[in-house]
Design a protein around this ligand. Structure first.
Ligand SMILES: Nc1ncnc2c1ncn2[C@@H]1O[C@H](COP(=O)(O)OP(=O)(O)OP(=O)(O)O)[C@@H](O)[C@H]1O
Ligand SMILES: [Mg+2]
Length: 405
């Protein structure tokens, strides 16, 4: 459908919208339908063309324009927009280029502004990076020019309408039933668990599935930069950070929210992701009796996660390294490492118990490790599974307390 046509009809509809009273979406749809029928009196349009035109104009005016069909397509998990004419999507773990484009850079910017405004955030030339979310919970990150050289850039991680369950993860070989049973016990017995992995390795999804093991009579507080967790618990408090306003005031950080949550009688605190100074507060909370905490962190291995945590803590307080390591060792019970393999599947690669601090190091006890089949040469599909190691869980105290040993 040509651009001129759409613009002409849009202008016509806009002219009819009264500024004095609010217009409902149904009324706008009716105005668009009338305008399209009017237009078709002098330019032939088939029924199908009319339908498409009405839908496109409605999406442009009331929804997220050309993104709307992509958002409604349940098979798409991620939408990546690198400027108005360069759009990619992810389907079944694979990225493909999409043949639809925005009319103009301005139109893409309008869409970004309308998304960001709905969650009370701002993005502009002086503050060109923003995290936000769509009303359905999909996570959004936008970066404008001049920071984004081929921008504006918009990345949308779509909210799963039906979140993956532990059975789904077992069925798609992300982990084994044995490991899932073990993790269920760990969550029930309130072991402190940190999930780590690279970008898009499935950390948030895994945290969601583990949260399904939490008993429903507990009070849970979730703390996130941009709320995306889907926790199915009746007594749930969801907290989200806020950026400073244009005068530089009003920022509410993860750190502050952890402190606040301690005064809200939590049974467990779930921090969506630790990436900065809040690591110290989280470890302190874990060490002061707030057990059963779950969180995620960006790292490429269990050891990498530990050294990142050290850096996060040291950057917020000048503790000696030894004290930091002791604190990490006594706070964390388990680290789960996730990864994306070369066939793009997301798997649990390691489940490791965190032991005590000894001889200058945090002692680790790997319990499950992903092992690839020896004869596996295919690049298409990786064969292998998460195998229990010879090691046994050493800190059984919490299991015994919970009557699960
Ligand atoms: N085990 C899995 N099997 C199949 N798909 C998965 C699995 N885990 C996650 N996904 C899908 O992968 C995408 C990324 O998942 P998720 O948001 O959990 O990753 P993440 O590690 O938290 O990413 P980020 O680092 O960006 O926060 C989502 O679309 C999710 O549905
Ligand atoms: Mg995540």
């Amino acid at each position: 459908m040509d651009f001129q046509k759409i613009q002409e009809i849009k202008k016509n509809v806009c002219a009819q919208i009264s500024l004095e009273k609010s217009t409902t979406e149904e009324e706008i749809e009716e105005l668009i339908t009338n305008a399209v029928f009017e237009y078709s009196k002098h330019t032939y349009l088939s029924i199908k063309e009319k339908q498409v035109l009405i839908e496109n104009i409605f999406n442009a005016m009331c929804r997220l324009d050309i993104l709307q069909p992509l958002l409604e397509d349940g098979t798409i998990t991620e939408i990546m927009i690198n400027g108005p004419h360069n759009i990619f999507i992810e389907r079944d773990g694979r990225i493909e280029e999409c043949n639809i484009v925005f009319d103009s850079t301005e139109r893409l910017e309008d869409v970004i502004q309308s998304i960001v405004a709905k969650v009370n955030r701002t993005v502009n030339e002086s503050s060109p990076v923003v995290d936000a979310r769509l009303q359905d919970g999909s996570r959004v990150c936008a970066v404008l020019q001049p920071i984004a050289l081929n921008g504006p850039i918009l990345s949308i991680r779509k909210f799963a309408k039906k979140p993956l369950t532990i059975e789904d993860l077992i069925n798609n070989d992300s982990l084994t039933e044995e490991a899932a049973k073990f993790l269920e016990k760990m969550v029930l017995a309130k072991y402190n668990i940190l999930i780590c992995g690279g970008t898009g390795s499935g950390k948030t999804t895994f945290l969601n599935t583990l949260s399904n093991f939490i008993p429903h009579d507990e009070r849970i507080i979730t703390i996130e930069d941009s709320a995306e967790l889907q926790i199915n618990i009746p007594n749930l408090v969801r907290l989200e950070t806020r950026e400073a306003n244009s005068q530089g005031v009003g920022r509410v950080s993860i750190r502050q929210l952890i402190k606040t949550s301690l005064r809200m009688r939590p049974d467990r605190i779930i921090v969506g992701e630790v990436r900065g100074e809040e690591a110290l507060d989280m470890l302190q909370a874990m060490n002061t009796g707030h057990e059963g905490s779950l969180s995620t962190g960006h790292a490429n291995s269990t050891k990498d996660m530990l050294s990142r945590l050290e850096t996060m803590v040291i950057s917020s307080a000048s503790f000696p390294l030894e004290a930091v390591r002791k604190q990490i060792a006594s706070a964390l019970d388990l680290i789960i490492h996730l990864g994306r393999l070369r066939d793009k599947t997301r798997r649990v690669l390691e489940i490791t118990e965190v032991l005590n601090y000894r001889d200058g190091e945090i002692q680790l006890n790997p319990l499950f490790i992903f092992e690839e089949d020896q004869d596996n040469t295919s690049n298409e599909k990786v064969r292998g599974s998460l195998q229990p190691t010879k090691n046994r869980l050493l800190n059984k105290g919490k299991l015994e307390m919970a009557g699960l040993a």
